[in-house]
Design a protein around this ligand. Structure first.
Ligand SMILES: [Zn+2]
Length: 400
């Protein structure tokens, strides 16, 4: 089931309830089996992905955190509760079933609360489980809240399993846990929520102003359950921040994939060539170096080539000999401007300016003719007036 554009959280909870009803069928008969760890693990392996899908969370989210966020009572506790209710119904058929269920549900929540505290205080507990316990310490109040549902973005904030570099680095998806904007700071949930300057505007708009006061690192969990306004504000903050982080992560991933593909493809070709014919591989390497050297030389000679082409168009093949030295060509240009229509001459000078730095030294001497033309292309702009005495051939050359 997709995290984005899939069913709403309420519908996901309904689907999870269907599987829960199937598992609880005949539970009083085999409830004692849930005392064994192997049976609990089997039940958890079924419920964990259900809970993760309900809150659209990452698949790395632990079982205890996922079921709490999804507000799904652990299966082994539910089965025990069913067994206790069944025994009480059997012992007192006249008793109210609703009352029995309510009382046993309170017992179930108490047991769940003890397990939740024990899980977070365990020395082997992950920092993500401790972070979730810090935000949601009370199971009963969390299960009773009607403020809203945990969605894809809020689940990342509450669990710590999201597009934060600290988490991505742990999973091997980021080279470093550091924030790209803050040198020396780990990009964790707390950092992006309360410290990173990238999201200062989000904090100013949503966290620092509200009906119930500011939301800080210390009261984040309390404010989440305080009112619907606080819930919506935190949910909006989570959406805006994690969306930015997700987009950035996808860009980083695309860049890394491109680099890895190009490097591996080139390395594969070289390795295959070296394995098949070492002499041919060495020749290919020398040819690549020679091609690169010739390309560099062509770039360096490009200015002279353009200038020679321009002179050849104006004065024929003989004139192009002067282009071997740009300063030597300048007197020819000045002489030409006195007898020939200045339009094409100015175009040639503009090309010379763009081509080499030596032409720039001569440019002020012919500046009046250069002025109406583009310094980079040597072409007249559309608004530039042409000479009324210009022949059709000269006009075409000038427009070219
Ligand atoms: Zn930062």
């Amino acid at each position: 089931m997709r995290n984005h554009s899939g069913p709403r959280v309420s519908k996901r909870r309904l689907l999870a309830g269907v599987s829960e009803a199937i598992i609880r069928y005949g539970a009083p008969i085999w409830a004692e089996a849930t005392d064994r760890q192997c049976c609990r693990r089997m039940l958890a392996s079924v419920q964990r992905p259900l809970a993760q899908r309900v809150v659209c969370g990452f698949r790395s989210m632990s079982y205890s955190v996922a079921v709490l966020m999804a507000r799904l009572i652990p299966h082994h506790l539910l089965i025990k509760e069913d067994a206790r209710c069944h025994q009480r119904y059997f012992a007192d058929p006249e008793a109210s079933r609703a009352v029995i269920r309510r009382e046993e549900r309170a017992v179930t929540l108490e047991v769940w609360q003890r397990e939740w505290h024990a899980n977070a205080s365990n020395p082997g507990a992950s920092r993500y489980a401790r972070w979730a316990h810090r935000l949601i310490p009370e199971v009963h109040s969390w299960m009773a809240q009607k403020r809203g549902e945990v969605d894809f973005h809020l689940a990342q904030i509450l669990s710590g399993h999201g597009f934060f570099r600290e988490f991505l680095h742990v999973c091997g998806f980021a080279p470093s846990p550091e924030c790209p904007e803050c040198t020396g700071s780990v990009e964790s949930v707390v950092h992006v929520l309360f410290h990173c300057p990238r999201f200062a505007e989000v904090r100013r708009d949503l966290l620092e102003m509200g009906v119930d006061g500011s939301i800080t690192e210390e009261n984040l969990g309390q404010m989440l359950l305080k009112s619907s306004d606080s819930w919506i504000r935190i949910q909006e903050v989570a959406c805006r921040i994690t969306t930015v982080l997700q987009v950035r992560w996808r860009e980083d991933e695309a860049a890394l994939n491109t680099l890895a593909n190009s490097t591996s493809a080139e390395a594969t070709v070289n390795a295959e060539q070296m394995q098949d014919d070492p002499a041919a591989a060495r020749r290919a390497a020398r040819n690549r170096q020679a091609r690169a050297r010739r390309a560099q030389e062509r770039v360096e000679q490009l200015g002279d080539v353009e200038l020679a082409s321009a002179f050849r168009q104006l004065y024929g093949p003989a004139a192009s000999d002067a282009t071997s030295s740009i300063p030597a060509a300048v007197p020819l240009l000045l002489e030409a401007t006195a007898t020939v229509d200045p339009t094409p001459v100015a175009a040639a000078v503009a090309v010379a300016e763009a081509a080499t730095s030596s032409a720039a030294e001569a440019a002020p001497r012919v500046a009046p003719e250069v002025a109406p033309f583009s310094a980079t292309t040597g072409m007249a702009p559309p608004s530039s007036p042409s000479s009324p005495n210009l022949s059709p051939r000269r006009r075409r050359q000038a427009q070219r």
